[in-house]
Write a new protein. Structure first.
Length: 457
């Protein structure tokens, strides 16, 4: 084979990889609007208000006969969604690795979540149970889809490109969130001019996120391609016929397999803890701002819009920092910043939007980068052929599906009646996560997983 033929083949391979990467970015563009408009901005305060309308004289609702303070219903619903995801993700991940057919599974999960989100248009009156069910379905589907999406990263980007590719994906997502939030803000603030009530405006914003999610999911489904499946014996939980064990047995099989890579497991434990804190701040910040600080919905939307805009620059900027200092050191720096930000948030005076905007700016600068670099760093620690299975464990604490954080937030509020106590309780996740991550020798972990070690990590 002559040199020109080799160069042509390499050029075609590079062009194909770039095309897949661009398609991959667009799933973040598609689904991040759900995380931003639905989970972070509108659904928390709106579902809380719906639950309060359905509450008894003591402020409690009674789903399935269980007394729940109306102000905790949203947080508990987020926690319940991760229980569903924990049961489903390992099974779907193992099936994807076994069959090599990630793309149909990604499409099914994405459209289930998009449909549930679109149906939030019907969340009116005192239908808090409908809101809880739709939230659980959408959040669990988001987790499954993101697990499959993340598992493509080791396949579409060589080691030296992953920090940059992962950061661009997050940047795409935050850019989409910013764009849609601008439209949402116009509709919400000028709802009278459009001839709709405030409640109807919120419901339109919720449903439009589902339509956006479903529409733009077509791009990655057209551009991503499936790879040959791993051998059945390489997949945890597979029996001799190649079938995977259901539910909890598959999860147990995945954990047993991960014990053969203890350093990968050590990183995942650190990530699950500190990302639990990140996701809880994202999902509960609007409730804290509206219920404790007394801020208007337009102020909350403006603050989240600021987070989205700065998160684009933050994701790309921290990606560049990782080239100099390595992903691990950059993530540790972001965790220190998260701890300081929560401490400042505890002392914010009520009715002071300027302080809340400054807090939002600090969150935006570290949010995207800490998530993007965590994803790319974990991709180096996954044994080849087990991407979806391992990313199912990774995804258990990603993008608003954390369960310990919302549970701690909800229980703290239920016991104290103070959202300030609830928000400061989350500091423990960042401190413990920092200490655990600092102890992980990532270069040795990458080598032990059977992957090449990048020059900067």
């Amino acid at each position: 084979m002559d040199i020109d033929t080799v160069r042509t083949a390499e050029s075609d391979e590079t062009a194909g990889r770039r095309r897949e990467q661009r398609g991959w970015y667009f799933y973040d563009w598609a689904c991040s609007v759900y995380s931003t408009s639905v989970l972070t901005v509108f659904l928390g305060p709106y579902l809380t208000s719906v639950a309060k309308r359905a509450a008894d004289a003591d402020g409690y609702v009674h789903p399935l006969g269980i007394p729940v303070r109306a102000g905790s219903f949203f947080a508990y619903s987020v926690s319940l969604s991760v229980i569903v995801a924990v049961l489903v993700m390992p099974l779907v991940g193992a099936a994807a690795d076994r069959s090599g057919r990630r793309k149909p599974l990604l499409g099914a999960a994405a459209y289930a979540g998009a449909a549930a989100t679109t149906c939030m248009f019907f969340l009116g009156g005192d239908r808090y149970l409908l809101g809880g069910v739709l939230l659980i379905v959408a959040n669990a589907a988001q987790s499954v889809a993101m697990m499959l999406y993340n598992s493509y990263l080791p396949q579409i980007a060589p080691p030296e490109e992953r920090d940059a590719v992962s950061s661009r994906g997050w940047a795409f997502g935050y850019a989409a969130g910013s764009l849609v939030l601008v439209v949402n803000l116009v509709l919400y603030l000028a709802h009278d001019s459009f001839g709709v009530s405030e409640s109807m405006a919120v419901r339109i914003c919720l449903a439009s996120a589902g339509l956006w999610w479903g529409g733009f999911t077509l791009i990655p489904l057209l551009r991503l391609r499936d790879r040959p499946a791993a051998a059945p014996e390489a997949i945890s939980g597979a029996d001799r016929t190649g079938r995977t064990a259901p539910g909890l047995r598959q999860l147990a099989a995945t954990v047993r397999d991960m014990r053969r890579h203890p350093l990968t497991l050590a990183f995942l434990l650190a990530y699950l803890i500190y990302n639990d804190g990140i996701q809880t701040v994202i999902s509960q910040a609007s409730v804290y701002g509206s219920e404790e600080l007394g801020l208007s919905q337009s102020t909350l939307i403006g603050a989240v819009l600021l987070v989205q805009v700065l998160a684009v620059a933050g994701a790309l900027g921290m990606g560049r920092l990782a080239r100099t200092y390595g992903a691990k050191r950059t993530i540790l720096g972001s965790l220190a910043a998260w701890t300081l930000t929560l401490g400042a948030g505890y002392f914010l005076p009520a009715g002071a939007p300027v302080g809340f905007f400054l807090l939002a700016a600090a969150i935006g600068l570290v949010l995207g980068g800490s998530q993007a670099l965590s994803r790319s760093l974990f991709s180096h620690l996954v044994p080849p052929g087990k991407e979806a299975e391992y990313f199912s464990a990774y995804e258990m604490s990603d993008r608003g599906t954390s369960w310990l954080g919302p549970l701690l937030f909800g229980v703290t509020y239920q016991l104290t009646g103070s959202y300030r106590d609830a928000i400061i309780s989350l500091v423990v996740f960042f401190v413990v996560g920092f200490l655990l991550l600092a102890r992980v020798p990532v270069r040795r972990a990458i080598g032990d997983a059977g992957n090449p070690v990048p020059e900067k990590i």
